[in-house]
Structure formats: C-alpha cells, structure tokens
Design a protein around this ligand. Sequence first.
Ligand code: NAP
Length: 239
Amino acid sequence: MSDQTPQTGRIAVVTGSNRGIGFEVCRQLAQRGVRIILTSRDENKGQSAVRRLEAEGLEADYYPLDVTDPGSIQRLRDFVERQYGRLDILVNNAAVYLDDRHSLLAVDYDLLRLTMDTNAYGPLLLTQAFVPLMRKNGYGRIVNVSSGIGELSDLGSSWPAYRLSKILLNIQTRIIARELRGSNILINAMCPGWVRTDMGGPGAPLSIEEGADTIVWLALLPDGGPQGGYFRDRRPIDW
Ligand code: NAP
C-alpha cells in the first residue's frame, strides 16, 4: 500500500496542530481521507485552524488538548472512545523550544520542567492513554516528532532542555516499541529537518510541506512496517 492510497475511515489525533508542522500533517492526512482530530491548547486558535482546512474543502474535528495536563489528555481519550470507539494514528507533534542559555550546567529548572512536560512526558502520557484503545482494535501508528538535536551519535551541548527532552522522546520510542513487539501498533520517531515554522524561523531550508512528509509516511505505514526506528527523509538515521 502506498501512502497515496486513500485512508478513508482511519482516525488520527495530531497534537499541537493549530499551526506549523502539526497543522500541515492534518492537512496532508485529511487529503488522504483520514478523519482528523485537530487539537490545540488554545481553543480559538484550534477552531480557526479547522476553518482554514474547511476553506480548502477538507474536514477536521476539533478537541482542546494541553499535552502538559494529564486531565486534558484523559478528557481527549474519553472523547475519542465515546465519539469514534477507536484511534488509529497518534502524532505526538506538540513541543516547545524555550532554551535561552546554552549550558546544561546553567539551565533553569522551571524551563527544563516545562520543556520535559511538553516534549517528553506529554507524548508518553498520550501514548499510555491511547495504546489500550489501539490494542482493542489491533491497529495503531504512533509518530513521535523528535529532532536531530536528540541524536546521541552526534551530540552537541547547546539547547540543553530541548535536547534532553528529545533524547528522552527517542528513548521512550525504543522502549515502547519493544513492549509493542508482535502487535500491529507501530511506534517510530523522526526528525523533520530544519523547517520554516515559528520554531524553525524564516531562514530554515525546508518548507512546512517537506517537514510534514516523513511524519505522514510513518502515520500511514503498512502492516509489517518499521517498529522502533528513527527516520529523516523517509530513511533510517542513527540514534
Ligand atoms: P511550532 O511552529 O512552534 O508549533 C508548535 C506547536 O506545539 C503549536 O501548535 C503550539 O501551540 C503547540 N504546543 C506547544 N505547547 C503545547 C502544549 N502544552 N499543549 C499543546 N500544544 C502545545 O513548531 P514546529 O516547528 O511546527 O514543530 C513541530 C514539531 O517538530 C516539534 O515537535 C518540534 O520539536 C519538531 N521539530 C521542528 C523543527 C523545525 O525546524 N521547525 C526541527 C526539528 C524538530 P501554541 O500555538 O498554543 O503555542
């Protein structure tokens, strides 16, 4: 099955999808017939993102989600179960990049905590919440949107909070992949490259469409596809 095959009937949650790469992932998945649950921590921004998709003739449902709030994650999970009875695709995309110092020895604890809550523990809690629902249906695709900054094989020291959070996101991807071995729930991490979003800035070489491509590919993997990998440009990279 190619990722161009219509995916009518599949249901996807994308975190932090009111703007940037997350919004583009919603767009590309909706274009392939996936039923999107667009989420955002600010309801007005999320609803206006849904209207942007609708203006392009695409459909999306909306639900508020702050990935740092376990109660918010639980409410989303209950909504998805009540409304659809299952979840096929989870894209852990939401993240913050708050570092203002470039030394782990000087990193501010509150900044570190917020970064870890958003970029690492939020994805973990979402995965914990939705894997049981995926198991019931015998199908799941989980994409952890990471960064090359989390590559242990090429480790720098700048952006310490963001770096630690993406390293943890990568490691949890591998651990959970082992737990899911033998199931049809595929979890993978990826780096979108340096992308022109609010986070990446205007000087980044990649368009948002290019940044979303590998995420969409991983979200639509066929049965028997890679499990517990780390990808860029649809190709495996070193951890
Ligand atoms: P972005 O433009 O800054 O968008 C981040 C999104 O995350 C926004 O929708 C934001 O919502 C949301 N978010 C932040 N905290 C949240 C929370 N607590 N709960 C729910 N949503 C929250 O970033 P991006 O460039 O699209 O990045 C998307 C992903 O790609 C991230 O995981 C990032 O680390 C990764 N990445 C990006 C680049 C790049 O060059 N852009 C490179 C490598 C990896 P608000 O609008 O409310 O702030």
